[in-house]
Design a protein around this ligand. Structure first.
Ligand SMILES: Nc1ncnc2c1ncn2[C@@H]1O[C@H](COP(=O)(O)OP(=O)(O)O)[C@@H](O)[C@H]1O
Ligand SMILES: [Mg+2]
Length: 373
């Protein structure tokens, strides 16, 4: 028996809505189709503004919730149209939504993902699972990273330790020991592409630094790097998670107020080094021996960053998840199809050792489709 699911992810990079169609056989998803659905520029601006405190936030968030709900539905319908799959044959959609706030470490821990699932169901007719993170938080967890359970299901080996590194706007790691009953761990290391994207957008009006080519032309500014590495988040013990509400250009400027006087390419080079160093420091902290690194997320296309990781980790086998059968650009969206499947099968989707939750929980809210759940 095979079952089809759609996974929807729009990460902190705000580059696109990633939509995948997968087919499950024996609980393992296989990619049937994928689509990067561009975010409408007006919505992208509002979502970007919403990561920071600003005027009239609540009304803006309500407005964006509806606009994004429509865009998520349109992404699903376009994907199904392109793959020739009728909506009635899809069991469910797993929709992550867009994180606008993530405050896991306050007295009232909370996280908010928007993109109204009611609209997705209304427009597609397909049962939708959404709001995955808050149940984990209610159980005492960080609500993140949730992809680690999927990484374990897809990539754990019986005879070799592996680490999965996802370089999105934020970077996160999943440490997969080869012994199945040893605890898996995982956490956000800090910035992935977010600062690189923001800096090149400000200076060159480009959405990202293609191949890291601009960063390569700059010189590392050691004092700036040292100032950025003073950020306490990097030294917190796991479980920990973060977002663009912490790692943004305002944060860089708060660490180094005279940023504008440095050559812009030097800042880009230093931000690339920050991403690489914080990932590598987190890996060293894990004290692994005989392990391999599998990389996914848009950062795999930043050749300069990948080369820097290879230089800083001599002797470590580094490859993308493609060699293990999963296209690195679609791992996260596939994870949310997998999490929706877990939910409808009444199985937990969180790993307490990763999120810090008190116990495993079935994640998400279920919004029944036209034919019921
Ligand atoms: N050719 C490329 N060169 C450098 N960086 C790239 C390239 N392609 C994609 N990226 C980076 O990947 C990011 C998107 O990665 P993604 O995994 O979708 O992140 P998120 O999950 O935060 O949306 C882009 O914003 C960009 O920074
Ligand atoms: Mg993305």
């Amino acid at each position: 028996m095979t079952t089809r699911y759609v996974g929807l992810m729009s990460g902190s990079s705000l580059d696109a809505i990633d939509a995948v169609l997968v087919e499950f056989e024996h609980d393992t998803p296989r990619l049937l189709g994928q689509l990067a659905y561009p975010l409408n520029p007006e919505l992208k601006q509002i979502l970007d503004d919403l990561t920071r405190t600003g005027p009239d936030e609540l009304a803006q968030a309500c407005h964006a919730d509806v606009l994004l709900g429509h865009q998520l539905a349109a992404a699903v319908l376009t994907l199904l149209d392109q793959t020739g799959i009728p909506p009635e044959s899809v069991r469910a959609i797993g929709s992550h939504g867009q994180t606008v706030r993530h405050y896991p470490d306050t007295d009232t821990p909370t996280t908010l993902q928007i993109g109204d699932p009611n609209i997705i169901v209304e427009q597609t007719g397909i049962t939708t699972v959404a709001d995955f993170r808050r149940r984990d938080m209610a159980a005492g967890g960080q609500g993140a990273p949730l992809v680690s359970a999927f990484h374990q299901a897809m990539f754990q080996l019986p005879d070799k330790d592996r680490v999965i590194l996802n370089i999105g706007g934020i970077a996160n790691l999943t440490l997969l020991p080869n012994i199945a009953n040893a605890p898996v761990s995982g956490f956000d290391t800090g910035p992935g592409n977010a600062l690189l994207d923001a800096w090149i957008t400000r200076h060159r009006d480009e959405p990202y630094d293609n191949g890291g080519n601009w960063a390569v032309r700059g010189q590392l500014q050691k004092e700036l790097l040292t100032a950025l590495l003073g950020e306490p988040y990097f030294y917190l013990a796991a479980p920990k998670s973060t977002g663009r509400d912490r790692f943004n250009l305002e944060w860089v400027e708060s660490c180094w107020p005279s940023l504008a006087s440095l050559p812009p390419a030097d800042v880009q080079a230093t931000l690339l080094e920050l991403t690489a160093i914080t990932i590598v420091d987190a890996l060293r902290e894990a004290r692994l021996t005989d392990w391999e690194l599998l990389v996914c997320g848009g950062g795999v296309h930043n050749t300069a960053l990948m080369q820097r990781l290879a230089t800083l980790l001599p002797g470590t086998r580094i490859e993308t998840t493609a060699n293990s059968g999963v296209d690195p650009d679609w791992v996260e969206a596939m994870a949310f199809a997998w999490l929706a499947h877990q939910t409808l099968e009444n199985r937990p989707g969180n790993l307490p050792a990763v999120t810090g939750a008190g116990h495993p929980v079935v994640l998400g809210g279920i919004y029944p489709g036209r034919a019921g759940i």
